[in-house]
Design a protein around this ligand. Sequence first.
Ligand code: NZQ
Ligand code: ZN
Length: 385
Amino acid sequence: MTLNFDLRNTTRIVFGHGRIADLNELVGRDERILLLFGGGSIKSNGVYDEVIRALPSRHVVAFGGVEPNPEYDTIMAAGRLARAENITFVLGVGGGSVIDAAKFLAAVVPMEADDPWDALVTGDAITSPLPNGAVLTLPATGSESNPVSVISRRSRGLKLPFAIELARPRFAVLDPSTTRSLSRRQLENGVVDAVTHVLEQYLTQPANLPVQYGFSETLLSALFEAGPRLIDHPTDDARDTVMWAANQALNGLIGAGVTQDWSTHMIGHAITALYGIDHARSLSLVMPHLLRDRLDSKLAMLSRFGQRVYGLHGDDDRAIALQAIDLLERFFSQMGCPVRMRELPGTRFNVEDIINHLEKAHQLPLGEKRDIAAEDVRRILRAAT
Ligand code: NZQ
Ligand code: ZN
């Protein structure tokens, strides 16, 4: 049965090569803009200049230095600048980290508290975030048209997701040519992250949801086909497909009315918080082992995944499901992402620390049935060593 749902994605998507110029129409003439960016990639690849050119005669204040896995203290510093400059509009230009930070910043600027973290964790006291927009330079997270910000607070050893519906970007410029300067590693990360987003909304409890499942299977097929091409022989066609598929993977559509299982992501966030491993790589490390562990509970959808996406045949659902997990694991490896901790010999993983993060974040038990407790995570992580 379809779960009841409300679906309203208010982000206007402006897709295509050369579309950064459209900012002139998308941002009001009187706005006082805070342009938030990361470590400088937009300065070296020309995107910064393109954005500035598209916003003539606007008051634009730039704030750079948002880190991958954006840090709360950095966003608070941007917030102080935004208040001092009477900023009315936040423009995030970058990957998921910058866009997550821009949305979070938009929410905190109007808040009175010096340290609004706890209020944001509980969802209290969020009133009216500043309007914000996104110029995406890394297809991966879907952040550009969803309400989620994943923010790290290193002083507390935490990396947490915040869903702030009112901070959803008003628009997102998806210009695939901005991705030409991405390193192979970031392209790999983006494809793997998007694949896991689809799977965490698809490999759950079976229901009669042919529309949602069909969307998910199309996205997976597109990412499995265009992802490797993007890495090995990048063409505009592959860039376009991956950018659009990654957006659709986490904009609310495929998740409407389905049970969802974000356990790989929550374990992955803990791994990134503790060891600084790239988001996508923390996921590839966990997902195949988690799926094998949950084989019985996810059997029907794993078998469907094997048949519909990988074209596997036979009468034995279990064999098909296991083969599908093996193929997924091979795909992660093909995309240069680790599937075992031993592939990262420089990192000293401690399973209890990972579980401690999940406990501190009040995320246990995990899974669409809330049946993945600490001892299950322990077993899954042992299988990942
Ligand atoms: O900082 P700059 O200089 O921009 O460099 C970045 C960064 O070093 C670089 N980069 C981005 N665009 C580039 C580029 N380099 C060259 N050319 C370009 N066009 O790539 C590096 C990684 O960027 P980052 O934004 O961190 O990557 P990604 O987009 O993968 O975002 C990861 C963050 O998003 C969160 C993750 O947890 C992580 O913090 N997520 C957000 C989600 C959401 N809002 O819904 C969901 C995801 O599951 C995820 O959790
Ligand atoms: Zn992700």
